[in-house]
Design a protein around this ligand. Structure first.
Ligand SMILES: [Zn+2]
Length: 543
């Protein structure tokens, strides 16, 4: 009898709460109280001081328009691996790598025992580009602002991400983006991956077909007359090989990639996306995540105090003004909110820093590897002990550890001590230390550098030892002038500007971290916070 009653009440419950239907899973709502279009504008490697140093040269409604918004003048990342993939993931998740898992652009993975790239995905292929593995945000842990917008509106809001770099498009797009496009420099085409779609939309195919790079054949990069220190001089000239080549070939496309002209191409692609995808024309808020990459390539090449960086910044101001004017015609700027920031800054070139007594040289990974190899061989016997070493991480050889019966925690400690003894390495923390620190966080006093290291540290992904270099000590990849990726403020301080009807214009010198950007926008839009958001809403700037 009891069983029967219970079974009947179960039926009653079922009748009262019928199983959700597919319609209920995709309920159509338009209840975000946002603008028609939210533009997340990121300029790769754009230091905060560029807005101040080059301000006298800004004209029109480019950076000047943004500077008329809510301008947070002391906004700094509080983590240690300030690189592109981690920075873009951080901006839209409102979280640091300890939570979103994107600890660097690439890292040695102790589980698959190989170097992995942050956006790699062998389960996908490229669309519109060369045959090869595609890309996706599968390594990104948790939701982004765009994901929450899509979820809240029953997927009525469109989210489109664009950049020259795959990682700078894919991470801001999040898991549920309608599309993420990036640029294939070998072909001069914008491409995507089967994660998003099986074929390029016809407008993208047409844009690629027209090959906008063609318009720049034979054109030198000549500084604007007003660029300080450059006086209209030619900064970069393309010199084709001995053979007569058709233009644009892959050599020319590679050259063009690190000139301001790519900004023009990228912005015209973004504008075409707004037109063709009818962004800002729907019943609810759409999101365009746009990351301009050229500034990073140019900054790497010449350093932050170069005339090249001055010229690209001043030119970007002009290009941006044109872009925003076009957006005004298409959507109406009254209907747009803009959030502007950057993924990281950059250090002066090593030669500049040494010349001006800011630092000694950085520790080369080779020197660090040799010191660790030596120390572990003395402690446990012959190696090889170092499986991988880069500017951040040391990964120890699992086979040698096993063969020598060495305790991992002990080996990590010896490796960290050896790494820290190399001139240029400021600090080295072990995997064990950082894991324990994260368990104890809140009950333990720890140094600011260790906190930044901990915010970069992901237990599942990070290597055995984590290093921080001395300030201004920069490891440069071959053929480049400078680099970023340190916890120091020249890499960590970036602009954060919120522009639009819901934000109170002004200059805010209050504490700010880029992880506050997504939480602030989530509050302004009435959204659930991205799943791992650690930042706080910048409520001082909300009306
Ligand atoms: Zn870079």
């Amino acid at each position: 009898m009891y069983a029967l009653v219970s079974a009947l009440s179960g039926i009653l419950v079922l009748q009262r709460f019928p199983a959700p239907t597919p319609e209920e899973h995709s309920v159509r709502v338009a209840n975000v109280h946002g603008p028609k279009l939210l533009l997340i504008l990121v300029i790769d490697q754009f230091r905060y001081d560029y807005l101040e140093r080059f301000r006298p040269y800004f004209v029109g409604r480019g950076f000047n328009l943004l500077l008329g918004g809510a301008n947070f003048v002391d906004c700094r990342y509080d983590y240690a691996t300030t690189v592109t993939c981690a920075g873009h993931a951080t901006l839209l998740t409102g979280a640091y790598p300890n939570v979103h898992g994107i600890i660097a652009n690439e890292w040695f993975d102790n589980r698959s025992y190989r170097k992995v790239y942050c956006a790699e995905d062998s389960g996908t292929t490229l669309v519109g580009g060369p045959v090869g593995p595609g890309m996706s945000p599968r390594k990104l842990m948790g939701s982004t602002l765009g994901d929450e917008l899509r979820l809240a509106t029953g997927f009525q809001s469109k989210v489109v991400a664009i950049s020259l770099k795959d990682r700078a498009s894919i991470m801001p797009g999040g898991h549920t983006a309608n599309a993420a496009y990036w640029y294939d420099a070998a072909s001069g085409h914008f491409v995507t991956s089967t994660y998003y779609m099986q074929a390029l939309p016809s407008w993208v195919a047409a844009f690629d077909q027209a090959l906008p790079a063609k318009a720049y054949c034979g054109k030198a990069w000549q500084a604007l007359p007003e660029t300080p220190g450059a006086g209209g001089q030619v900064l970069k000239q393309f010199t084709p090989g001995l053979l007569e080549r058709p233009c644009p070939d892959s050599q020319f496309l590679g050259w063009l990639n690190a000139t301001p002209y790519m900004t023009e191409i990228e912005l015209s692609f973004a504008l075409e996306a707004v037109k063709q995808e009818r962004l800002g024309q729907g019943a609810t808020t759409d999101l365009l995540a746009l990351s301009l990459s050229e500034n990073d390539y140019i900054g790497h090449g010449y350093g932050p105090y170069s005339v090249e960086v001055a010229d690209v910044t001043i030119r970007t101001d002009r290009y941006l003004a044109d872009f925003l004017n076009s957006l005004d015609r298409l959507v109406g700027l009254d209907n747009v909110w803009i959030a502007f920031s950057s993924d990281h800054g950059v250090a002066p070139t090593p030669a500049f820093s040494v010349e001006h007594h800011l630092s000694g040289p950085a520790a080369a990974p080779l020197a660090v590897g040799a010191a660790v190899e030596d120390a572990l061989s003395k402690a446990f016997g012959a190696g090889p002990w170092v499986e991988d070493v880069d500017e951040f991480y040391i990964n120890l050889n699992r086979f040698t550890l096993q063969k020598r019966g060495a305790d991992l925690a002990k080996a990590e400690a010896i490796a960290a001590e050896a790494a820290a003894s190399v001139p240029g390495v400021r600090a080295a923390f072990t995997h064990t230390q950082l894991t324990q620190l994260q368990l104890l966080q809140g009950s333990l006093l720890y140094s600011p550098i260790m906190r930044k290291a901990s915010n970069s540290f992901n237990e599942q992904r990070s290597g055995d030892v984590f290093m921080v270099q001395d300030p201004f000590a920069v490891t440069i990849p071959p053929g480049t002038g400078s680099n970023h990726g340190a916890p120091w403020n020249y890499d960590a301080q970036v602009p954060l500007i919120l522009w639009g009807s819901v934000f109170k214009p002004g200059t805010y010198a209050v504490p700010c971290e880029p992880i506050d950007l997504a939480p602030t926008l989530a509050v302004a839009l009435g959204l659930t916070q991205p799943s791992g958001a650690q930042g706080r809403p910048l409520s001082i700037a909300l009306k």
